[in-house]
Design a protein around this ligand. Structure first.
Ligand code: FES
Length: 104
């Protein structure tokens, strides 16, 4: 089972689970603001942006994720990923930045 390290916690999950779901199921959150004001995984709000060390699938953002990451305050150059769009396939370390969108 892959593990996710986040905010001092280590969580095991099933291979292929969506990172956002893994964190929320463990009472953790990639969102700096209330989860209720997010798009709930539709890749439109951008509030689940995180930095990931390790391998996830897809290895680079798909069209939907790229569309949101191109829109400010995000930028594709930041290297952030949307936790709702990546699947955990290996052990990873996840960090979120400051700011409502985790962009800082
Ligand atoms: S939850 Fe809105 S973009 Fe991920």
């Amino acid at each position: 089972m892959p593990t996710v390290e986040f905010q001092g916690e280590t969580v095991e999950c099933e291979t292929g689970e969506t990172l956002r779901d893994v964190l929320l199921d463990a009472d953790l959150s990639p969102h700096n603001g209330p989860t209720a004001v997010s798009c709930h995984g539709l890749s439109t709000c951008g509030t689940c942006a995180v930095a990931i060390e390790g391998t996830v699938e897809p290895s680079s953002p798909g069209a939907r994720e790229r569309a949101r990451l191109k829109f400010p305050p995000h930028s594709l150059e930041s290297g952030l990923r949307l936790a709702c769009q990546v699947r955990v396939t290996d052990d990873i370390v996840v960090r979120t930045g400051e700011g409502f969108w985790g962009q800082k």
